[in-house]
Design a binder for this molecule. Structure first.
Ligand code: IMP
Length: 182
């Protein structure tokens, strides 16, 4: 059993992700010099992205985590967002960068941003590895750092799952159709 055999095509390679993370980190280094931002990663999908991105961030940063999910094993968004883990740090007066794997309809991040805004951070921005702009259903979301904009198809790898699998693949790819029928 090799998960790589379930992939129909690779959309974004490991090398492309690494190169883009270096570029985004340089922007963050400039934008947040002397601000000691909190990288607030959304579990579970953003872990590989935040790990790669943060390698190239040279200013002081802190890590925090929260969990919000809207998918329940399928491939379409339910719009029902459950926040089950809240950040540990006090966010008031802090510069917060929410790190996400992918923005699809935008329901998840829109809910998360509203909850976080109540803590009165000094600033609140979003960094996402992937964006599917054609799928967007919320209009009030502004994303400061985008790794790659992709077509509206379901992808796995680099933190993204199908039925909680494939997150460890070092690239972003599309599954073969027969996998969904299993
Ligand atoms: P949204 O609320 O529709 O923007 O969905 C965001 C969440 O849905 C992401 O954090 C992912 O967990 C999941 N998601 C959206 N598109 C995909 C995909 O193509 N593959 C895997 N998960 C996805």
């Amino acid at each position: 059993m090799n998960l790589n055999n379930d992939i129909k095509k690779i959309l974004v390679t490991e090398e492309q992700i690494k190169a883009r993370c270096k570029e985004l980190a340089e922007e963050i280094n400039k934008d947040y010099a002397d601000k000691k931002p909190i990288l607030l990663s959304l579990l579970r999908g953003s872990i590989p992205f935040v790990a790669e991105l943060s390698k190239y961030i040279t200013i002081p940063i802190q890590f925090d985590y929260m969990k919000a999910s809207s998918y329940h094993g399928g491939t379409t968004s339910s719009g029902n967002v459950a926040v089950t883990i809240l950040p540990s740090y006090k966010l008031e007066g802090r510069h917060v960068i929410v790190v996400e794997d992918i923005v699809d309809t935008g329901f998840t991040l829109s809910t998360v941003m509203k909850i976080l805004a109540e803590s009165k951070p000094a600033s609140l921005e979003i960094a996402t590895l992937l964006d599917k702009p054609a799928m967007r259903k919320v209009t009030d979301l502004s994303i400061k750092y985008i790794g790659f904009s992709i077509e509206p198809e379901f992808v796995v790898g680099y933190g993204l799952d199908y039925d909680e699998l494939y997150r460890q693949l070092p690239y972003v790819g599309v599954l073969k159709e027969e996998i969904y029928k299993k």
